[in-house]
Design a protein. Structure first.
Length: 104
């Protein structure tokens, strides 16, 4: 079960945290690719049980990567909004969150 947590860090640490989350997503995707290639071999060897397990592992790795990317998106959206508020409080208040990403 996944839960959302909230904690604070210094503003200048946000890019570092985001890079760390992206590295986790990248590692999950690299592992996914390796396991994905195993599935064909397992099926060729008529080991359907192992292939089924590997498919499940692939699905979990994809989900983990997706969660990391969703966290990055959320963090960076808040980061951009905070930076905009510091530059021009009137501009940030008038923009929608999606506009911040487009105009970032």
């Amino acid at each position: 079960m996944r839960v959302n947590i909230t904690y604070s860090i210094e503003l200048d640490e946000v890019p570092k945290l985001t890079r760390k989350l992206l590295e986790e997503a990248t590692q999950n995707l690299e592992n996914l690719f390796k396991k994905y290639k195993q599935i064909s071999s397992e099926l060729e060897n008529e080991n359907e049980k192992k292939a089924t397990q590997t498919i499940d592992e692939c699905r979990r790795l994809m989900a983990n990567a997706d969660h990391s990317l969703a966290d990055c998106h959320s963090i960076l959206t808040g980061y951009q909004q905070t930076l905009l508020k510091g530059e021009d409080p009137n501009r940030a208040a008038s923009e929608e969150p999606n506009d911040v990403l487009k105009n970032g």
